[in-house]
Design a protein around this ligand. Structure first.
Ligand SMILES: CC(C)(COP(=O)(O)OP(=O)(O)OC[C@H]1O[C@@H](n2cnc3c(N)ncnc32)[C@H](O)[C@@H]1OP(=O)(O)O)[C@@H](O)C(=O)NCCC(=O)NCCS
Length: 275
């Protein structure tokens, strides 16, 4: 059972900071403290943590922003973000680099409401207000549910600790070494082939399916298309479709990020005092 909310807290999404908490009237402050502590405990329990990572006291001690999804008489979810200095190991380099992304530090939607779009609504609201997007955030040990969430909504599918990465599909060798490195302007030159992060998936799933499809008793219901350039082979067709989905996903992410930046920019111009 969650703590009741003060009347001043209307249903919707509210942003709580240490300043807004300090500005509350004493009676409201008491109720908000209990409500935050109570949903913080539920979040910790849902993530199997021994103690809450979001609490009223901790919010007063830092400059994090806590996005609360407010229901009729209790909190429905929370999303806490804040800046972190991280030393991250970029994949193709042996060196650690320092970066200071905005990080998702806690994210929780009440169990009965999960998978109903509440998390997405909170996440989108936060991104819009912070002027960021899923691909630009840091994630502190995301749970399997959160990873599934990021994969589903934002096509973010591959991570190294505390740094999010777009998936790389890999490519076949192109041209010859003697041509020198590829010049993008002319399309001439050599590109070293490399296995992408879907390589294993392609081999294990598509090639195995292709074997099954090739057996005399199998029926292949793939729609290969009617264009003269349409791939006819099972492996080629499905590899192309996967690549296309990944490229479209990236384009959509870029488009989303541009839209969020545009909205944030126009909001800043409308209300220059707003954080
Ligand atoms: C992660 C979380 C905040 C997402 O909120 P939500 O309201 O469920 O998210 P949405 O309804 O907007 O999105 C649903 C998607 O999230 C993922 N997801 C949510 N619950 C899931 C579950 N129980 N198992 C696997 N994936 C899940 C799935 O991708 C799901 O899409 P699907 O239903 O088509 O499979 C919520 O699941 C939650 O509170 N989980 C427990 C706490 C937690 O793990 N927090 C992350 C901290 S790192």
């Amino acid at each position: 059972m969650q703590a009741p909310l003060p009347r001043s807290m209307r249903p919707g999404i509210v942003v709580v900071t240490r300043d807004t908490l300090r500005a509350l009237a004493p009676a409201d402050a008491q109720l908000v403290r209990k409500a935050i502590d109570s949903i913080g405990e539920l979040s910790a329990k849902a993530q199997g943590l021994s103690k809450p990572i979001t609490s009223h006291a901790q919010m007063l001690a830092c400059d994090n922003r806590l996005y609360l999804s407010v229901g009729k008489d209790s909190l429905r979810g929370l999303l806490r973000v804040g800046g972190r200095q991280l030393f991250v190991h970029r994949k193709q380099s042996s060196e650690y680099v320092q970066t200071s992304p905005l990080c998702v530090l806690d994210f929780f939607v009440c169990t009965a409401l999960q998978r109903g779009g509440e998390g997405r609504a909170l996440f989108d609201f936060m991104c819009q207000r912070e002027g960021t997007c899923a691909a630009a955030l840091g994630y502190d040990r995301p749970s399997h549910k959160f990873l599934a969430f990021l994969r589903k909504h934002f096509d973010l599918a591959s991570f190294i600790p505390q740094l999010n990465h777009f998936v790389v599909l890999g490519c076949k060798e192109r041209g010859h070494k003697s041509q020198g490195p590829l010049v993008h302007a002319t399309g001439k030159g050599w590109v070293k082939g490399h296995k992408g992060q879907y390589y294993d998936a392609l081999h294990r799933i598509i090639f195995n399916f292709a074997k099954e499809v090739g057996s005399p008793s199998a029926v292949d219901r793939t729609d290969y298309g009617t264009a003269s350039g349409s791939a006819r082979g099972f492996v080629q067709h499905h590899s192309q479709q996967l690549s296309r989905a990944a490229v479209c996903g990236d384009a959509q992410n870029i488009n989303n990020a541009a839209r969020i930046m545009r909205v944030a920019h126009s909001n800043k111009q409308k209300a220059p005092g707003l954080k």
